[in-house]
Design a protein around this ligand. Sequence first.
Ligand SMILES: Nc1ncnc2c1ncn2[C@@H]1O[C@H](COP(=O)(O)OP(=O)(O)OP(=O)(O)O)[C@@H](O)[C@H]1O
Ligand SMILES: [Mg+2]
Length: 411
Amino acid sequence: MQHFDIVLALSSIAISAEGARASQQIERLRDALAKTDPEQAAKLGRLLSRSDRRQTMAPMAFEEMRATADAARRQLQGEQLTQSSPLPTDRETGTPLARVIFPGSTLAEPPVLIAPLAAAVADLLEEWNQAEALERLGAKPNMRCLIYGPPGVGKTKLARYLAHQLGLPCVEARLDGLTSSFLGTTARNIGALFEFADRYRCVLFLDEFDAIAKARDDAQEVGEIKRVVNTLLQSLDARNGRGLTLAATNHEHLLDSAVWRRFETRIEIPKPDAPARDNLLRQFLTPLDLGVIEMRLLVWATEGMSGADLESLVAAGKRFLVLHGSEGVADSRRTGLAKGSGRGRVLLEALRRQAFLNARLFQEDRRAALIGPEEAFDTVLEVAGFTQTEAGALLGLSQAAVSRRRRRTNG
Ligand SMILES: Nc1ncnc2c1ncn2[C@@H]1O[C@H](COP(=O)(O)OP(=O)(O)OP(=O)(O)O)[C@@H](O)[C@H]1O
Ligand SMILES: [Mg+2]
């Protein structure tokens, strides 16, 4: 396309002024260009992903964050928690029952969430800004929030991020560490933990929350377990209105229904959808920057993976690149794959390697495609919706060569 630099500049201006509406049209342009000019399409793709990152829960501007933190402090009672406040400990072993993360001590990047969920979470924070307006209606911001979903989707990350954005210290306890084989001790530990959290202005974050429920399954003493659950229920009730309580679990079905009901907000974090995977992959890939087609291949191959899975896949990919890729062109003798050029091929090889080394990571159909014979990549790419030109770019072949191979395999 002629005058592309002007088009790119205009696109950038349009996105900042018009956001989603402009992005939609620029996406159309990117897709149209992908066939004729992959490089220009890649530039538009990068522009879109930058703006995307801004739209999916951008970190709040400093001023905005301070206003939220001030509002949260005004709403909550209690003393100020400092580095020297003594932590609650297990009476028998002396181990601390919680750790405290102070705002500003760590960099809390927002988790990447599917777009509607990101908007809902942003609202949860905004409620604190509007606390006074809420009060006039006899309402309060959300005080008890349960986060659940499959492993590795960012539950812990979201809880820490919320505490950080509210500018409050986060008293973080893993309940699996707090439950003792002696249920009496467990109940006492829960009591001590809540007593500590209630005394200060803070967020209480109960991670691995299902540990309580599991204790109930393992134990024999029915009466004792009831006591543990009752202590938890009473502690949650007593804390209501005093401070924010967040809990996270992989096993929400194990939770006692009375405990479940105590949470007014229950956020389910699902596995990331395609746009969220694209976003996460780009974050983890930094400083590497892949083109539009390569990103599409990655997003396709990672269907069904969690954020943590994507992170480990990218880490493995970077190791592969250092061992086998030189300036983006793989050494065909060492990988055993036929010669070809381009980053697409290195990427395919890296994915194929992981499909062998980390078999469970991939969805079955994706894995079967990746570990098949190399000529089969063509078919795979066709099924995944890549045009002949795109497949050619990935495999380092001309469009004519891809066309010939496809005719041959398709009979
Ligand atoms: N949605 C996400 N956004 C950004 N990073 C993520 C996301 N999901 C997972 N990750 C990455 O994976 C790591 C693990 O995430 P996290 O511990 O928050 O998951 P979890 O849902 O609490 O997992 P578990 O069920 O094992 O406790 C994070 O440190 C982060 O690097
Ligand atoms: Mg977790």
